[in-house]
Design a protein around this ligand. Sequence first.
Ligand code: FAD
Length: 483
Amino acid sequence: TPVIVWFRNDLRLADNPALHAAASLGAPILPLYVLEEVPGDPRPLGGASRWWLRGSLERLGAACAALGAPLILRRGDPAAILPALIGESGAGAVFWNRRYAPAQTARDAAIKEALKRDGVEARSFNANLLAEPWTVQNKSGGPFKVFTPFWRSLSATLAPPLPLPVPALLPAQRLIAPATPPASDPLESWGLAPTAPDWAGGLRAAWSPGEAAARDALAAFLDGPVARYPTERDRPDQDGTARLSPHLAFGEIGPRQIWHAARHTADAHPDRQTGVESFLREIGWREFNHHLLHHAPHLADQPLDERFAAFPWRDDPAGLAAWTRGRTGYPIVDAGMRQLWETGWMHNRVRMIAASFLVKDLLLPWQTGERWFWDTLVDADLANNAGGWQWTAGCGADAAPFFRIFNPVLQGEKFDPEGDYVRRFVPELRRLPPRWIHKPWDAPPEILRQAGVRLGESYPRPIIDHALARNRALSLFAEQKGR
Ligand code: FAD
C-alpha cells in the first residue's frame, strides 16, 4: 500500500529520513505538503516566510515531479486532510520528520494518535537536529541550561549518521481517485507571495529558495570564506557568514549534511579547521535553542528567567514605529532594520544591537520585537528567534546579563569601522566620513553640509539619548532584582 510522506519544514529530497524510510519499503510514495491553516494557531507563517515557502515548494515540486511522484498540495487542517487523502489513495502509512515548536508538536502528537486509532501506521524521524533533545543530558540527567557545557558534551560524542541520498521513488499518484482537477495552480491560489511589489523584489534579489541553492550556499562558504569566519562573522560590512539560516529554517538542508561537509572540509584543508570549529559552534547554538524550546515550551512567549515576567516594559508606539522603519537616528540600528525589511535577513551582530536597542533603550517588551522579526525574517524560526531575543533581553538561558547594554555607536564603530554597512542600507548618510557615520549628531555642521545630511530632515536625530536610556534601564533592572 502507498505511503504518504508529509513534508513540513524539511523541504528537501536528500538526507530526508522520512522520505528515505518510505522509499525503502518499496511502496508507492505520495509526497504531500499541507499549508496548515488551523483555527487558533499561535504562529501562522510570517510574511517573509510565506514568500520563501512559495519558492521552496516550487523547487521541491519540480524535484518530486522529476522523480515521477508529483507533490500533492493541500490547504487546511492536516488532522482532516490526512484522513481524506488516505481515503482517496488507500495509503496505509504516513511518515514525517519531527518539528519542535510547541503548537506543532502537540498537533503532530494528536495526529499520530488518531492515525494509529484508524489502523494507519504513523512514523516520525529526525531530519532537523544533530541529536534529539531528549538524548542530550547533563550529569544529573536534566537538560543543559548553559551553552558551553551543552556543546562540549554534544560535540564530544557526536557521530551523526552519513547524509542519506535522494531515494528513487515509486509514484502513487495514479492511486488517487481522479478528483476534479484544481481550478488553478494551488501555489498560485495560496497567495504566498507578498503583494507589496518592492518588498518581494528585495527578497528576490537577495535570495534563491530551494534545496539546490542551499547546497550551493554551503559549498561556496566551505570553499573559502569559512577560513575567515572566526574574524569576519561579526562584521556586517563583510559577507563573512554562510547565509544558510532560511535554508535551515525550511529544512532545505539539514544540520547533519552541514556537519559532514564541514568536517570533510576541515580534514582536507587544515587551514580551515579553526573556521569550521567556529562555524559548527553556531550550528550548535541552533541546536541548543531547539533543545531549550523542547524542554521549556513557554520560551516562545514567556521569559525563562521569571524575574522578568513583571518587568515594567513601556508602551511606545512612536518608538516602535521608528524602530521597525529604521528611523531611530542610530545608524547601525537603522541599517539593520532596513536590511531586514529589504532583504528579509539581518546580520547576527546587528540583530543583537537592534534587539538590545528595542528592549533596553526603548524598554519595549522583547516579545514585540520577536513578533516583528517573525513576520519579516525569511529565516524566522521559533526556537532561534525567541532564543535570540531572550538572550539579548537578558532573560533567556545562558543569556547576556541585562546590565550589558549595547552601545550602538561603539558597536557600529567596532564592527562596521568604515561605515560601509550603514552606507549600503542608509543611503542618506553615504557621504559622511567613517569618523561621523555612526554618530552624525556629533559631526561639525560643515561636514554634515558637505555630506548633504540635514539632521531631523533627511535623517532623524536620535529618538532617545543612549546614555540616559542606559541609566534608566539599569535602575529599573536594579529595582527588579531587588524584588
Ligand atoms: P552563520 O553565522 O553562517 O551560521 C550558520 C548557522 O548557524 C545559521 O544559519 C544558524 O542556523 C546557526 N546560527 C548562527 N548563529 C546563531 C545564533 N546566534 N543562534 C542560533 N543559531 C545560530 N536565527 C534563525 O535562524 N532564525 C531566527 O528567527 C533568528 N532570530 C534571531 C533573533 C535575534 C534577536 C538574534 C540575536 C539572533 C537570531 N537568530 C535567528 C540567530 C542568527 O542571527 C542567525 O541564525 C544568523 O544571523 C543567520 O545567518 P547565517 O546563516 O549567515 O549564519
